[in-house]
Structure formats: C-alpha cells, structure tokens
Ligand binder design. Sequence first.
Ligand code: P6P
Length: 327
Amino acid sequence: MEASRIAQSIGFTLDRFIKNNQEQFQFASGELSQLLRDIALASKVVNREVNKAGLIDIMGPLGSQNMAGDDQQKLDVLADIRFTRALKKGGEVCALISEESESYEDLNNDGKYVIAIDPLDGSSNIDVNVSIGTIFSIFRRISKVGGPIQQEDILQKGSEQVAAGYILYGSSTMMVYTTGHGVNGFTFEQSLGEFFLSHPDMKAPEDGKIYSINEGQANSFPESVKKYVQDCKDNKMTARYIGSLVADFHRNLLKGGIYIYPPTAKDPNGKLRLMYECNALAFISEQAGGMATDGKKRILDIQPTTLHQRVPFFVGSKKMVERAQSF
Ligand code: P6P
C-alpha cells in the first residue's frame, strides 16, 4: 500500500475496514465479516476484565487444569466463556475448538465456519501484569451446512484457514488479523470503545537481530537448536523472551526476529498447540512475508491428527527461520 493510501487508511474503524474489504473474501456473503466483528466484540469485553484483573476477585488459579495441562486462571475461563458466547450468538460458527475444552463444542449446525481459539494465551502472566493474548483461526466447514459436524471439519490443515488473528492485551490493546490478503493491525481506543486501523499492510522484516527462546531448557534442546542459539550469540543478537507467545510474536513481527519453541525433554513435540496457536500465527507470519515451520516442515502443511496436538514452532523473519533450519 503506497504511503498516500496508508495515510488515508489510518483511522478507519475495524468495522469500516472489514466492510470495505469484504469483497476480498472468497465467500463474500457477510458471515465472515460478522464473525470478525463478533470476535472483536468479545475481545473488548475480555480487555475490560484484563485491565481490571488486579482490582476484582478474578485473579489467581481456579484450581482446575485445561487441555494444555496449565493451571486454569479465572480470566482464562472467563475469556473462554465470553468468546464462546459471542460466537454462539452470532450463529456463523458450527464448531468451536478451544484450549480450554477437551472436545470441540458443537455450536450451530447451520453455521458455515469452524473456529479454533486460545482464549487467553500466556495466562501464567496474568497475575504479574505482563501482556497476554487471544489467538484464533477461522476455517470454512467442509461437510454439508445443516448436517452434523464431521471429523473433516475439525481437523483441517492450517493452509485451509480463511482468516486468522490475535488480540494482544498489552500497553495498548491491538487486534491483528489476515483473511489471506495481507495483515492489518488495529489499536483499541478505550474512550471510544473502537478498534482503529493503526498498522496497515504489516510486513515482517526479512531478517532480524532478536531471538526468542526459553534457554532455561537449553540442556534438552536438539543439537541443531543448540548450534543455532550459539550462532545467534556469535552474531551478537538480542535475546528477548517474554514468556507470552503473542507478545513475543508481535514484537518480532514489527522489529524482525525469530521465536522458537523447540522439542524439549519436558515437551518432546514442543509445548505449543498446532490448532489454536501455531496455525494462526503461521498464517499471519506468511501473509506478512515471514516463515513458520516445525523445524523441517511448513506449519500450514501439517495434517492435524488430534485437536490438542503439539508441534515444535519456528516462526518469524524468513532469513532467520531459514538459517535456523540450516543447522
Ligand atoms: P515456557 C504460555 O503458557 C505459553 O503457552 C506461551 O504463551 C509462551 O510463549 C510459552 O508458553 C512459554 O513457555 O515453557 O517457556 O514457560
């Protein structure tokens, strides 16, 4: 987008932007637009709760665990309820896959879309006031609308996504998403309660000097990953690891960098989930000119076999992911 159009387009509300770009959706029947608006609405509600988490009694663990085996924080469960309710009411979604529930949720047999969502990723950071995020993937259902949900609807490859995005509840709250026609970022204006286009046509720097990995687990990294991390140090790169995937991913998308969650002794397939973490960020990264693999294979080409399957995750600036793979 040339500078003049960028200047003109900054300040569009999310609603206006979705409407203006609706004709780009291959199934431009308005439902996908409505779906994105439903997600944005739910994120405004979650944003409000996140912003006052310190003040009302929704802090701390619930004492239950989710599918990832993480202790569920009250805000996790609250966010899951908010997104599920918004998507159920909208009517466009037939099935919902969430980190917070074991099986998929059958929402509306007439819905044309399947959503995979991590309602609140980085939950361990909630109580210490570090940025957290929502990650979502949108697929078209394959089986006949009106009929029962089929396995083929649920376990689709990332390359089948029709849209994907994240909301980052950080120093400002942003929604970044793609429908396969580039990546756009919207910043939430609290007093108006609206998302405004602030980062049109986002592009991942082709190379970068930031690497994000939890080196506390380095002893159990594969040799190739150990070699790559050493290479980053030999090249005097900057280590930045917030421990909140959306925050690390977003910073690296803007500044250039690589995020790695490799196989470890604790998580031999890595810790991150294919369906509702890696697929969405891989789609966004590629749409911005970046790259995402499991260390060997393109994330979007991986055929899921189970809802909560984990994959090793290498994502970010193309040249950095290629170099990491060369080790
Ligand atoms: P570790 C948070 O629980 C999360 O899923 C991601 O947001 C984050 O990048 C990663 O796990 C942190 O995991 O093992 O480094 O603490």
